[in-house]
Design a protein around this ligand. Structure first.
Ligand SMILES: Cc1cc2nc3c(=O)[nH]c(=O)nc-3n(C[C@H](O)[C@H](O)[C@H](O)COP(=O)(O)OP(=O)(O)OC[C@H]3O[C@@H](n4cnc5c(N)ncnc54)[C@H](O)[C@@H]3O)c2cc1C
Length: 391
């Protein structure tokens, strides 16, 4: 098999890249190890930055998002039983975010790819990227029990944190920066309308809580739990009671309860692999970097990477100049490190560490009070939350 761009992974990064290349008349093959249903139902991110929304629309993948997505003009910070809103358009000159689940983004992109795009092979597991440093990189993969080879001009590793592409960058040229956190998120999906119309980020001495949503009838809620916790350790009643405690306010606000349809634990990690390119292999999305979910940046970073790659390849096709491809890693990493910084700031702002001292708690409260009372601090948060410029 032969193609121009071999894409490993059909998460948001791989699917959007395939779409962007198809629109530009560049052929690509997508290899995805899991089946279609698994990819379409894997619960993950749900907040789309303004720039992500614009990219999906321009790629012709925004129709259902525009119909069903929920525009959010702010978030609420909760601490010491009080509520403080950060207004995004007022602080950013009109920017907002959209709540539209990653599952739905993937469904829309898969449907488009299968209808109009090039090959998207499910249950095709990449085994290794070979010859990344040369002119003809290859992806060795297994499908229906048989091994095959995809020969490419370029390979883009969109295969997530546990994929195989990153391993093709020689250790001698790679630098990994990493941080793990001593806590995780216990997340639930519940069939109940959200108890607030915007996301609520709550800091409590018992731990962080987040009230989020997937739609006007489905709530997504999270609790900070110790790292290593298993979802089965918490009963549904215990989860609702703990959410009540951490989200409680002095003004009579009430949390609505409903049937929990899914429970899972997400570890918290910051990770950056540099460079994001080796020869003709490019890394994009979680394959190259991970952020803790507190800043809602993971999916949006993945989008930024593939937009940068697609622009660079189109530029090379149109002008013959590899300048933008050569700049790919540095261009992406500028945005990646800003998102890492913001995600780290939000995480350490809102999560009491297990060994936190009264001093640490005092600093968290002071940082929150500063945001609640300062236009400048709110602007800083709102600019980062609604997204850093692409490219
Ligand atoms: C459990 C979990 C919860 C999350 N929750 C949030 C959240 O609430 N908010 C937020 O902003 N972000 C969240 N994230 C992060 C966000 O979902 C990711 O940043 C986003 O999915 C990145 O997209 P991607 O396409 O780079 O990678 P992925 O979505 O991981 O896609 C990679 C794809 O590659 C495939 N693949 C892997 N190995 C191979 C192989 N060898 N061959 C072929 N295919 C392969 C995988 O099956 C997968 O489909 C969460 C992540 C996880 C893991």
């Amino acid at each position: 098999m032969r193609t121009t761009v071999g894409i490993i992974g059909a998460g948001p990064a791989g699917l959007l890249l395939a779409r962007l290349l198809h629109r530009a008349g560049i052929d690509a093959v997508v290899l995805e190890s899991r089946d279609r249903s698994y990819v379409e139902h894997r619960q993950r991110a749900g907040i789309l930055e303004q720039g992500t929304v614009d990219v999906l629309r321009a790629a012709g993948a925004g129709e259902r998002m525009d119909r069903e997505g929920l525009r959010h003009d702010g978030i609420e910070l909760r601490f010491d039983r009080t509520r403080h809103r950060v207004d995004f358009p007022a602080r950013t000159g009109g920017r907002s975010v959209t709540v539209y689940a990653q599952t739905e983004v993937c469904k829309d992109l898969i449907a488009l790819q299968l209808k109009e795009g090039g090959p998207l092979l499910f249950e095709a597991e990449a085994l290794a990227v070979e010859g990344a440093g040369g002119e003809r990189p290859r992806v060795r993969f297994r499908r229906e029990g048989r091994e095959d080879v995809l020969e490419c001009d370029y390979v883009v590793g969109c295969d997530g944190f546990r994929g195989v592409a990153r391993a093709a960058v020689p250790a001698a040229v790679a630098r990994v920066s990493e941080r793990t956190y001593p806590y995780a998120w216990l997340g639930i999906l519940a069939d109940v309308p959200p108890s607030h119309d915007e996301l609520v980020y709550a800091r409590h001495d018992r731990g962080f809580a987040l009230l989020s949503m997937r739609s006007s009838s489905v709530s997504r809620l999270y609790l900070q739990v110790p790292a290593g916790t298993r979802a089965e350790e918490w009963t549904d009643d215990e989860i609702w009671s703990e959410l009540d405690r951490r989200l409680e306010t002095d003004d009579g606000w009430r949390l609505r309860r409903g049937p929990i349809t899914q429970k899972s634990v997400t570890p918290m990690r910051s990770f950056v692999h540099e460079p994001m390119r080796h020869g003709r292999l490019f890394l994009a999305g979680d394959a190259a970097h991970i952020v803790p979910p507190t800043g809602a940046k993971g999916l949006n970073l993945a989008v930024g990477d593939v937009v940068t790659f697609a622009r660079a390849l189109i530029h090379e096709r149109e002008t013959g100049s590899p300048d933008l491809l050569d700049a790919y890693s540095a261009t992406c990493l500028r945005r990646v490190w800003q998102a890492e910084r913001f995600s780290y700031d939000m995480t350490t702002l809102l999560h009491p560490a297990p060994d936190a001292t009264p001093f640490d708690a005092g600093i968290q409260r002071a940082r929150l009070a500063r945001i609640a009372s300062s236009r400048a601090a709110q602007t800083d948060l709102a600019e980062a939350y609604t997204g850093f410029p692409l490219g």
